[in-house]
Design a protein around this ligand. Structure first.
Ligand code: PGA
Length: 252
């Protein structure tokens, strides 16, 4: 039995309610569930409810929010909370994506607090880690990954560690067309598992790879057993292309 794979689509600021619903209708029409893979969709928060309604009861699909605030409610204009995302149909939350960290100044501490609030709302946090090009070239990849991971493990109660999912997304690979090689990705995935294992967390924390994944490189990446799936931006925006990438496209 092959390990179950997670294919996560991060739509970023694309596909408002109508376009998102149309995407799902088309995707459902051209695919059927496969028992060995789970498909996670991260629409913009305004499209969460329509996407969730359109997906209906398809058992292989989970909907996720791209971001939540660390408080469950309050005077935080423009923000969405984990309980609200849950109410709109989310079961997963993307936490600490590099665009949040680098464009919106999210700190390691805020990322950790968001993971905690996500778990409290009964949702799965998909925590994103990754080094910049300068950090990689300076030989600091390991240090950066550990620095980003430790605050999450410090704040999340040990009883919830088994519910964490991690994505390794090197910043230099996101949206650049330059993916990490399967070997490079596998090496960092092992490092993440080692850092988690050092804290006494038993069991295998799923680790996804993200950064310029497309239909042409996904098989080589997933051939490495260290990868439990992929997190995909640009190549997840078209329903037929996404069906092909996740291996559920119709034969030509
Ligand atoms: P990309 O984005 O696939 O467009 O590189 C990945 C991500 O940001 O999650």
């Amino acid at each position: 039995m092959p390990r179950p794979l997670i294919y996560a689509a991060n739509w970023k600021m694309n596909h408002g309610p109508d376009a998102a619903r149309e995407f799902i209708e088309r995707f459902l029409a051209v695919t059927a569930p496969a028992p060995d893979r789970s498909l996670w969709f991260f629409p913009p928060s305004i499209s969460l409810a329509p996407v969730s309604r359109a997906v209906g009861s398809r058992p292989d699909i989970l909907i996720g929010a791209q971001n939540v605030h660390w408080e469950p409610k309050g005077a935080f204009t423009g923000e969405t909370s984990a309980p609200m995302a849950q109410e709109a149909g989310a079961r997963v939350v993307l936490i600490g994506h590099s665009e949040r960290r680098h464009l919106f100044g999210e700190t390691d501490d805020q990322v950790a607090r968001k993971a905690v609030t996500t778990l409290r709302a009964g949702l799965v946090p998909l925590v994103c880690l990754g080094e910049t090009l300068a950090e990689r070239e300076g030989g600091r990849t390991e240090q950066v990954i550990v620095r980003q991971l430790e605050p999450v493990l410090d704040k999340v109660p040990a009883a919830d560690w088994a519910r964490l999912v991690v994505a390794y997304e090197p910043v230099w690979a996101i949206g650049t067309g330059r993916n990490a090689s399967p070997d490079d990705a596998a090496q960092v995935h092992e490092l993440i598992r080692f850092a988690v294992g050092r804290r006494g967390i038993s069991g295998r924390v799923p680790v996804l790879y993200g950064g310029s994944v497309n239909a042409g490189n996904v098989l080589a990446l997933l051939a490495r057993p260290e990868l439990d799936g992929v997190l995909v931006g640009g190549a997840s925006l078209d329903p037929d292309g996404w069906a092909e990438l996740v291996g559920l496209g119709m034969a030509p």
